[in-house]
Each structure stands twice: as structure tokens, then as C-alpha cells.
Design a protein around this ligand. Sequence first.
Ligand code: ADP
Ligand code: ADP
Length: 233
Amino acid sequence: MIRFENVSVRYEEDTEPTLRNLDLTVPEGELVLLVGPSGVGKSTLLNAVSGLVPHFTGGTLTGRVTVDGRDTRTHPPRELADVVGTVGQDPSAHFVTDTVEDELAYGMESLGLAPGVMRRRVEETLDLLGLAELRDRPIATLSGGQRQRVAIGSVLTPHPKVLVLDEPTSALDPSAAEDVLAVLQRLVHDLGTTVLLAEHRLERVVQYADQVLLLPDAVMGPPSAVMSVSPIH
Ligand code: ADP
Ligand code: ADP
């Protein structure tokens, strides 16, 4: 579903690349956890999946990244909205409308869907994320965990096959974090969504993962090795 072939990312010339000759395959319908110390390149890897690297962040990418067969170099992020949904650490950065319901609808606006289809997807997503009772609430009045679920919902309504999340629970208390992770696990199991999640707090997330990828510090030696570990449940 997600494939990296000999991928290197370098932000500045004459410096060490952040990712070096990386090969990686993330299979469909798994929740894959990407761990590694701060600064090792986790966000860079996620941004390469969503196409932000190389289209928006600066940096040069060599090699090939494909998501559901689409090469991210020739498909900028706006052409990947129905394939990859991206959620960052700070959900507030995502929000463009006032209420929960409007926010869930917004992500579909550029897809040219019929109004009835859009309404149905909003309803499904409200139910799936346990947000139905909050539908008319201004997002500004929600808790951190509720906001993070809205951010996830807003990228789910286009029905992406892949969801990429950069430390989505970092601002949350343990119980709100569990709610968000349980939602992600349900997406994987019920809908077959592929979830790639970066986290530096391994202990919080490992029990939800099908696979754990360790990204060691690229400067410790080429190439950027990714070690796969199957968590013991
Ligand atoms: P992590 O998510 O593991 O903390 P990042 O991918 O954010 O790692 O950062 C890896 C390295 O790449 C860091 O040295 C960081 O300074 C550098 N980097 C990340 N994004 C950019 C950017 N847009 N421009 C320049 N350097 C960047
Ligand atoms: P429609 O376009 O009629 O809404 P799709 O063919 O896009 O339906 O989706 C098929 C089914 O997938 C939907 O009935 C819905 O239950 C389910 N679904 C809901 N949310 C998602 C999602 N985020 N990703 C994939 N499938 C989803």
C-alpha cells in the first residue's frame, strides 16, 4: 500500500540526508507504528507519504514513494486527498470551519461528490468516531481528545485508504489518548484502512500496533535502516 524504494531526503545541500536509501513496505490494512528518537526523521518519512515532501516543505527527495500505486512525485497532496489522510500533532492547525459537522464535510468539498453521498459520509463518520452528540458544537469548545477525533474525522470522509498521523496523542491525557487509539484500531479492523503513526512514547501505542518500525538515527550510519518488530499482545 505504501512503498519506499531507495528513498533519500535531504533538506540542505552538503549536509547529511535525513533519510538515506530507505526501502520500506507498509501492507494494506495494518496499523504500523513508527518509533525513534526526536529528530531521527519520523515526520519527514510521514511527509514523504502524504507528498508534503517534496512538494511543500523544501528538501529534495530521490528514489520513489508510491501510495496505492500513485507516485507522490507526480501526484501532489491535493491529488492524494482520496488516498492519504494526514493528521498532525496539533489538531487546531487543521480546522477551517466552526462546527464539528461542517468540519467533517469540508474535506470532501473538492471531490465532486453528490450532496446525498456527502451527508451520508458525515453521518457514518460521526457515528464511527463517537461524535454524533457533538455535531453542532463549535470546535473551539471541545476537549483535546474530542478535537483530535474531529481532525481524524475530517480526513476520513474522503475515504482515504491510508491515514498518516504524526504523534496524534502527544497533547492528550492517557484516557483521551486511549480513545483516539481505539478509534484508529477500529478503522484498521472494520474498514481495512492502513494507518501509519509516528510516536516517541512507544509504551502508549505499542499494544495497538500490528507492526513496529524502529527508525534509528540516520547519522549513525548508512543506510536509514528500518527494523521491524512484531509486538507481543
Ligand atoms: P522527527 O519527526 O523524528 O523528530 P523530523 O523529520 O522532524 O524528525 O526531522 C529530522 C531532521 O530533518 C531534523 O534534523 C530536522 O531539523 C530536519 N528537518 C525537518 N524538516 C525540515 C525542513 N522543512 N527544513 C529543513 N530541515 C528540516
Ligand atoms: P459511498 O461513496 O457510497 O459513500 P464508498 O464506496 O466510498 O461509499 O464506501 C463504501 C463503504 O465504506 C461505505 O458504505 C462506508 O461504510 C465505508 N467507509 C466509511 N468510512 C470509510 C473510510 N474512512 N474509509 C473507507 N471506507 C469507509
